[in-house]
Design a protein around this ligand. Structure first.
Ligand code: PHE
Length: 400
């Protein structure tokens, strides 16, 4: 294996100072769980497709939305960020939060990375599904690989206003408008309100279709560089509000890929992020026991393992040069050694010595196996490996 390049899906990418993908993560690329019959992710995707196919029918009785679930997760940083107006230096580009193959290539952090190419190819209603990759903390609802499904729909004047009385007099665009919290400068308020209404209704209906009409939901205003206005849907789960998706009215600039723009956009993303205890997604022993009930179970009951957890703490002094260490580096290291035995890692304590200024941190690692009870002994072995690797790879100094 060449040290100076990274192999992914039969291609080779030269390493540089940005490269931070790990072998553990690369193992997951190409698994395509969302395309394997009867896998829970496939089942959820099929249910979402079926809902859209039956609820949104085009002029000839054919589905309005086309579905794209086979686009490579290896994208350029241009696709993942620039194509969505995410400026250079934006915090979402941080090395600590993404998996870079090198400075210009990465594992997509969201399916939105493909919006522009699909719009440019002339599509005006589509769904996109795929695996996405983010460096993150570890717990039952976060995993560095998860799946998203998102949709985009463009509206023409006619499509948006034909159901409105005297709608022919309304228009999508205005010339000397101003950007306000409600709308973009080029859009009329009436167009945006109709699109916003349609967007929220579409997603509310989808979520009730998937999880039942009893689910409590609420909308929260938020910010994305590529949509305005933007919203998040939260659902009530075990007494807390949990974010399940982000969406909004796509920035007009992104839709102006035609010589003359006569369509406006709305874009919706359904991040399954947070909904599914994503650890399940890589358990290979699910076989064919999967039924709709199991999908519902996996969506709402966590943790999934019925075996007991074991925990071990680890404390160390951080290296003196601060830029050399981020919490995600440690999470990453734990994950690359402990793999799916690690259910959760949390920062218990962060302490700066008053005299020396040295900083130390203490993390708790919770170990749990999906299919059996772990022994103290095997956990101790893994834990020791983590201690050693933290010292040799991250430059921390153990306090064990
Ligand atoms: N891509 C965003 C994310 O992953 C979600 C999003 C998609 C928001 C489309 C708005 C429109 O967080």
């Amino acid at each position: 294996i060449g040290q100076d390049s990274v192999q992914v899906l039969d291609h080779s990418y030269p390493r540089d100072d940005f490269t931070n993908v790990t072998p553990k993560i690369l193992e997951k690329v190409g698994r395509n769980l969302h395309n394997q019959s009867h896998h829970p992710l496939w089942l959820i995707k099929e249910r979402i497709k079926a809902h859209f196919y039956s609820s949104y029918v085009g002029r000839w009785g054919t589905p309005l939305f086309s579905v794209h679930d086979n686009l490579s997760p290896v994208v350029t940083t241009e696709q993942n960020f620039d194509s969505l107006l995410i400026p250079p230096g934006h915090p979402s580009r941080k090395r600590g939060d993404n998996y870079y193959l090198n400075r210009t290539t990465m594992l997509r952090a969201h399916t939105s990375a493909h919006q522009r190419e699909l719009v440019r190819s002339g599509l005006d209603a589509f769904l996109l599904a795929g695996d996405v990759y983010r460096r993150d903390e570890i717990d039952a609802s976060h995993y560095p690989v998860f799946h998203q499904m998102e949709g985009v729909r463009l509206f023409s004047n006619h499509e948006l206003f034909s159901r409105v009385q005297n709608g022919g007099e309304l228009s999508l665009f205005e010339r000397r408008g101003r950007r306000t919290p409600e709308k973009q400068e080029t859009h009329t308020l009436e167009a945006v309100k109709l699109v916003e209404f349609d967007l929220k209704r579409t997603l509310t209906q989808l979520v009730s279709h998937l999880f039942g009409a009893d689910l409590e939901i609420r909308w929260v205003d938020c910010y994305f560089p590529f949509t305005h206005p933007s919203f998040e849907m939260e659902v009530r789960f075990q007494g807390d509000w949990m974010e399940v998706l982000g969406c909004g009215v796509m920035e007009q600039e992104l839709t102006n890929v035609f010589p003359v723009s006569f369509k406006t956009f709305r874009s919706a993303a359904l991040g399954l992020y947070g909904l599914c205890p994503l650890r399940l997604t890589f358990s290979e022993d699910l076989g064919d026991i999967l039924t709709e009930q199991i999908v519902n179970y996996c969506l709402f009951v966590q943790p999934l393992s019925k075996y007991p957890p074991l925990h071990n703490d680890i404390s160390f002094w951080l290296p003196d040069s601060r830029e050399g260490f981020t919490e995600n580096d440690f999470y990453e290291l734990v994950r690359s050694i402990g793999g799916d035995l690690v259910e959760k890692v949390s920062l218990l304590d962060d302490f700066t010595h008053p005299k020396s200024g040295r900083r130390s941190q203490c993390y708790r690692i919770i170990y749990r196996h999906m299919e059996r009870t772990l022994t103290q002994q095997e956990v101790r072995l893994v834990h020791q490996q983590i201690e050693h690797a933290a010292e040799s790879e991250l430059g921390v100094q153990g306090r064990y």
